[in-house]
Design a protein around this ligand. Sequence first.
Ligand code: BV8
Length: 231
Amino acid sequence: MTDISTAKAWLAEARHPVSFSGAGLSAESGIATFRDPDGVWAEIDPEQMASPHGFSSDPERVVAWYNARRRANEGAKPNPAHLALSSQSHMIHITQNVDGLLEAAGATNVLHLHGTLTRDRCHAGCGYAVAATKTGLYHCPECGGAMRPDVVWFGEMLAGSVVRAAETAAYGADVMLVVGTSAVVYPAAGLIEMAYRSGAKIVVVNQEPLDLGVGVELIGNAGDILPDLFT
Ligand code: BV8
């Protein structure tokens, strides 16, 4: 059997399939990835722009950078990869992505490990959160703390409830479909090994090899490969 036919057979038989996705899933929707040569991190130091330290040292610069990303993503629409995943109603979608394209494609059970760009939240941690306004730096109406994007920065803990749900899904998965990620950010990337060690078959769909050494690896564009996996 070829790798694609193996992957199709595994997914067709799966009773507890899970997807684990990164920025490569949204690349064909025009949203920049992070570590590609022309990616989001190409121009800036992640520690400066995506960390509490960076925000504290220059909150206006960080807010302006995120609002520029929000504006750049405004016209983004789900691509065939999002639509293929959302067609699998019994699949749980664990994503590192902060866009809402899986939901826009109709997916329901989506777990956002790294938060969402669609919302802002109070940096002081009072719990206030609101739909992102794309204006400049502003302050929490509840406690006066600075408002920041509702994403998880480097050095910040992921939301416990999301991590628990993602770990439960990974442990219980019989197939994990890993799509468009360099799998270098933890604890997110640890979910792949967690699924594998719990008996899941691993299918990787990525432009570049991850060489995980387990399962099958389909190299190419997610928007080309995923629709074929479910036909
Ligand atoms: C944590 C913010 C614990 C949102 C992101 C020091 C202190 C604390 C922690 C650490 C530390 N040093 C290291 C760590 C751990 C750190 C980490 O993992 N660092 C890495 C870089 C080494 N992790 C953390 O800090 C996490 N928190 O550990 O807290 C803690 C303990 C005590 C006290 C406090 C805390 C938090 C991690 C979250 C960081 N936030 N983003 C934003 O700005 O958007 S991470 C960032 O990388 C994005 O969120 C993204 O989701 C994530 C992963 O990137 P990918 O999605 O994989 O994207 P990438 O570009 O890398 O790859 C795309 C792939 O797609 C490529 O392979 C490409 O070939 C492929 N592709 C492209 N196009 C296509 C395609 N494939 C198919 N089709 C296509 N068309």
